[in-house]
Design a protein around this ligand. Structure first.
Ligand code: FAD
Length: 264
């Protein structure tokens, strides 16, 4: 059996496997709009800050020349207030309110954005867990389609091998875990650490980090790295001597945030 239950993962949990930590699932709402003005169809915009998207971020993603997706994901402690934050985001944010004045909603979609990080054990004899249920998503951005989909493919290939090559069922399922972990686990775990540090970070420190990222051309640096596997490259960047020199004064706050995040 290949379980692709998403973040709720009841089946995996009922079999005694670890499941995604609820504290790191971010309530979210996303709407597709027509009639948004002044957007660049090749540019995704992200919005940070406690007033609009506490604990995660808001986004604006062009679909084509007419449609735009906008959404917010917020920290678990604000559960139940997602619509409120979305309304405030669209109506009050100084960079959005004018652009959404004449916008009309085409579609609304809600859910939990995964920021859990990878699950340690994702197999039993004859049982493999994939996708959000296995924490195969980027805790930094909450994106789980690509990596989760790729791991699903690995599980499918392994299930095929178990049947056609008469591989031991236990061995095959264990191999699935070994394969996906070898490819993705280190990066996903680093992204998880970044998420633990970022969610509790005060806005003032965030502003300074963004300023340093701009001054040191983080965007240019990341252009050469894999958009899905950015954990290691982000860590290498953050620990480079020139970045550390610029950010020494922020380290105590970053350390406090990380410890806070790890304790949740
Ligand atoms: C608002 C929002 C925006 C997002 N945007 C992006 C994005 O832009 N890019 C990106 O990469 N990711 C994005 N994500 C994350 C992405 O949606 C997930 O990582 C991805 O959908 C995970 O796929 P999955 O198959 O593991 O789980 P899901 O997509 O959650 O699918 C699980 C399915 O299993 C069904 N199910 C559950 N239990 C059972 C059961 N016992 N029996 C049968 N069926 C069951 C559920 O009903 C559901 O249909 C977003 C998430 C949200 C909430």
């Amino acid at each position: 059996m290949i379980s692709a239950e998403g973040v709720h993962a009841r089946l995996a949990a009922s079999l005694g496997l670890p499941f995604p930590d609820k504290n790191w699932l971010f309530p979210a709402i996303q709407m597709t709009f027509e009639g948004v003005t002044d957007f660049d169809k090749d540019c995704v915009e992200l919005f940070f800050g406690r007033n609009y998207a506490p604990g995660f971020f808001g986004w604006l993603i062009p679909v084509n020349e007419e449609l735009v997706r906008a959404g917010v994901a917020i920290g678990r402690v604000f559960n139940g207030k997602t619509r409120l934050f979305m309304k405030r985001f669209l109506k009050k944010h100084p960079h959005l309110r004018q652009r959404f004045k004449k916008a009309k909603i085409r579609e609304t979609y809600g859910g939990l954005v995964p920021g859990t990080g990878p699950i340690k054990k994702t197999y039993l004899d004859r049982f493999m867990v994939i996708g959000d249920a296995a924490g195969q998503s980027k805790a930094t951005t909450g994106g789980g389609v690509n990596i989760g989909g790729y791991c699903g493919r690995l599980a499918g290939i392994m299930a095929g091998k178990i049947i056609s090559e008469k591989l031991s069922t236990y061995r095959g399922c264990l191999d699935y875990q070994r394969k996906w972990q070898a490819q993705f686990e280190p990066d996903l775990s680093i992204m998880k650490l970044f998420r633990r540090m970022l969610t509790p970070l005060p806005d003032k420190t965030w502003d300074k980090i963004i300023q340093i990222a701009k001054e040191t051309d983080l965007q240019g640096y990341l252009k050469n790295s894999d958009i899905d596997l950015h954990g290691t490259s982000l860590l290498q960047y953050s620990l480079a001597p020139r970045i550390l020199m610029k950010s020494t004064h922020l380290l105590p706050q970053v350390a406090v945030s990380l410890l806070h995040g790890l304790s949740i």
